[in-house]
Design a protein around this ligand. Structure first.
Ligand code: MN3
Length: 201
């Protein structure tokens, strides 16, 4: 058995004009596929090759740098595609809205802090909204690390993640990372984020 590229739930052009079709096609078909292929290669003949990805990621300090980079890449992107949808955005509701208000005071304050984390992550990495000790927290990680990893500075269960690698936005936004970050809020699938929040508690 080996890891496989998950299909997208929507067409490459479904997130336009916020995220363009060509970027989605290359990001999913080339970048994510490469993480999957490289992870399978890195785990070839490894005793843990059949373990669930999340279990590997949670114990990432026991693995090679190739497994860390590509296992993280596979986990992060698999989540990223799910927390977006066409005609997404708006404001979160239900339990998620309550937790956001409790932790940040308001949705706007949470968004501000998330945008800041995404904009100031130097080089390549991710911004995250995570459940940490029963509370929502915003953090960011370099490269393809994530907060599930035992090596993460701030650990927790990610419920929303934003890829701020240049490959995620450069074709359409060039160096304007803040424009891409702002556009992300129009494609967030809050039902999926809510589902992940419920699962994390
Ligand atoms: Mn990416």
């Amino acid at each position: 058995m080996s890891f496989e590229l998950p299909a997208l739930d929507y067409a490459f052009n479904a997130l336009e004009p916020h995220i363009d079709a060509r970027t989605m096609e290359i990001h999913h078909g080339k970048h994510h596929q490469a993480y999957v292929n490289n992870l399978n290669n890195a785990l070839k003949d490894h005793a843990d090759a059949n373990k669930p990805l999340e279990e590997i990621v949670r114990n990432i300090s026991k693995y090679s740098m190739a497994v860390r980079n590509n296992g993280g890449g596979h986990w992060n992107h698999s989540m990223f595609w799910k927390v977006m949808k066409p005609n997404g955005g708006g404001v979160p509701a239900g339990k998620l809205a309550e937790h956001i208000n409790a932790a940040f005071g308001s949705f706007e304050a949470m968004r501000e802090q998330f945008n800041q984390a995404a904009a100031t992550r130097f080089g390549s990495g991710w911004a995250w909204l995570i459940v940490h000790d029963g509370k929502l927290v915003i953090t960011s990680t370099p490269n393809q690390d994530n907060p599930l990893m035992d090596i993460a500075e701030v650990k927790g269960t990610p419920i929303l993640g934003l890829d701020v690698w240049e490959h995620a936005y450069y074709l359409h936004y060039q160096n304007r990372r803040p424009d891409y970050i702002n556009a992300f809020w129009n494609v967030i699938n809050w039902d999926e984020v809510n589902r992940r929040l419920e699962a994390a508690f």
